[in-house]
Design a protein around this ligand. Sequence first.
Ligand code: GDG
Length: 458
Amino acid sequence: MSEAGRLIVVSNRLPLGPNPSGGLVVALKDAFHEAGGIWVGTSGRIEARPKQRFDSHPGLAFERFSFDLTQKEHENYYLGYSNSVLWPLFHGRADLMETRPEFLEDYRGVNARLAQMLASELHRDDVIWVQDYHLLPLAQALRDAGVSNRIGFFLHIPFPALYDIMALPNSEEFIGWLGGYDLVGLQTRRDVARLLEVFRSRPDAELLPDGSAKLGEQRIEARSFPVAIDTAAFAREAASAAASRPGVALEPGEQLIMGVDRLDYSKGLPNRFKAFARLLETHAEVNGLVTLLQIAPPTREAVAAYQDIRTELEQLSGQINGAYADLTWTPIRYIHRAVPRARLAGLYRQAAVGLVTPLADGMNLVAKEYVAAQDPDNPGVLILSDFAGAAEQMEDALLVNPFDLDQVAEAMARALKMPKGERCARYDALMDGLLREDINWWSRSYLKALRGVSRGLS
Ligand code: GDG
């Protein structure tokens, strides 16, 4: 173990089970091995009398510290303020925001309770890394409890424009929450620019020459750290999955276009289906020879906006299939269910086109997974929305404006007949970037920056 202080990671959901998987677990494996530490998060249990507990597991390099939520906290902190206020607002959908005083009250309450629990467990040289929008107030709550350790935040979703922040019922308080952190990590340079614009607009904030900001007594560094995947491991998984499992049954000459998204209104699925219909309408030569496979597992079904998007998509896929299907061909295969990861990797490799068209997205890991899964000798083509954070790094994809259905349809037509030489050149360039800036690069660069910040005013 190194001399560095322990790493304390806080995320809404704690990775559970004896052998937890997932992007963040992989990302933090080395860091926990080096420094040891604790991962803190909700237990997934709803209890009338919430408890907190430590557990450790011989295979894990970190201790787990979990806490339960009450039903009311789950509804107000998680479904309410986090997913009915912050999520829509940060994805440019202030119109879908549902604000209620009790949402904010419990959002503050859960963060304050967590800060109290955590403050007494901390050592002086621990560094604390807080993940995502559920926990924005945590640093300020920890500072109120007397914690002076280095505290970093990483936002996985887009940072909103100043104009959008004005739509929050508590916009002043929101900006104050950021003021508890030493380092605010965002997905893209575009997000950093928006954050700096917020600081610039405030009389109590000062932008320092080194690019950081001073808010009250706190110096805050804001930088982009584009989140990534375990590229080499995913490429291996896709190659072995494709070799050992059958993909989708296709007619000779038929090509697959594939999308994978949680069923969320930010992912632009209705636009995608409409753009696919536009392709069928304007390129009769592909009818019968192309299938759109859309995997869209359910998510946050207790929130009304998610029920609406489900109904809209079911109607759209029904209409398009009704208009174009024949006895041997169904243009859209829409699967409202999760598919096991290894299966997904094989399907990505089978697909001639990866279609990633969110209207707003922090990064979008599906874009990275699709490229990593390709056969280097015969790769498919990624079509990627300009509104996904990934577009900032993945310029060799076919970049599209997801609101422009004709442009997306034309990109699909182009991708379906792209010559192998061009596909390989684009794949090589994209894959170079994904191997260089992978998930370990992401966590190492963030933690290096966090351990390097000097506490207090410069
Ligand atoms: C948030 C931000 C940011 C999806 N369906 C299935 C399945 N998935 C996996 C994908 C991918 C992950 O879920 C989705 O990640 P994304 O990045 O695409 O999107 P969000 O869930 O919205 O994530 C996003 C991310 O945080 C990380 O910072 O990139 O912008 O919104 O890994 O493969 N996995 C399996 N079956 C499915 O049906 N096994």
